[in-house]
Ligand binder design. Sequence first.
Ligand SMILES: [Zn+2]
Ligand SMILES: [Zn+2]
Length: 273
Amino acid sequence: MTPFVCATCGTQFAEAEIQPPACPICEDERQWVPEQGQLWTTLDELRAGHRNEVRREEELTGIGTTPEFAIGQRALLVPHGDRHLLWDCTPLLDEQAAIEIERRGGLSGIAISHPHFYSAMVEWARRFDCPIHLHAADARWVMRPDPAIRHWSGDTLDLGDGLTLICAGGHFAGATVLHWAGGASGAGALLGGDIVHPAADRSFVTFMYSYPNLIPLSEAEVRGIEAALQPFAFEQLYGAWWGRVLRAGARSAVARSVERYARALRGEHGTTG
Ligand SMILES: [Zn+2]
Ligand SMILES: [Zn+2]
């Protein structure tokens, strides 16, 4: 029995004798199935050819996989009391990364923005004996159920020590972002996954139903994200991938970007503000 891993999206499935017949996450219109059909691997195979990359990302430490695997998932270690919360997750956990995280006090928990980052969450939770916080609205996308998974519902979940999960919706019904009150030297930071995605110009963000298939959201959905963030102060925004960080003015960038998005949906282009 092996927990097979979808090589396209990096999601680990429940232990089975044979490869799953399909990956529902890849078959969803937000992702894709490769031309040659679905490919499967295992964590052991992955460990043989890849390693975790642990390096600084602005004020935090990021953990990725090198060479890049699946959709290039990158997780972040966020200070949480005397331990760390793992924000988002990766398909690979190698021994060297695990030892480094233990040296820093271990994990208090794992919180994940949306199903494209569920990846190897159960392996991580077992290694660090910690809970996984997922929004209940996305429960159907869990491919490897486990007692460590704690589904929460509603608009926010206070994790203590200045960390708050916010259900913003948009990309997924339960799409979640993390507010870190102590971030940006106390001015606040938002860990946006790809729910609130820093644009290449570093002064705007964007919001999409599907990034690979380029499907936009509606104005109502984008304004819903803005409303969910309204009570929270933040100066910096961390995106879902390496280097996607807005270092200053993130809060006003989100407001500006919501207006630009709404104008674009009406066919009005040209940068203002
Ligand atoms: Zn998949
Ligand atoms: Zn996604």
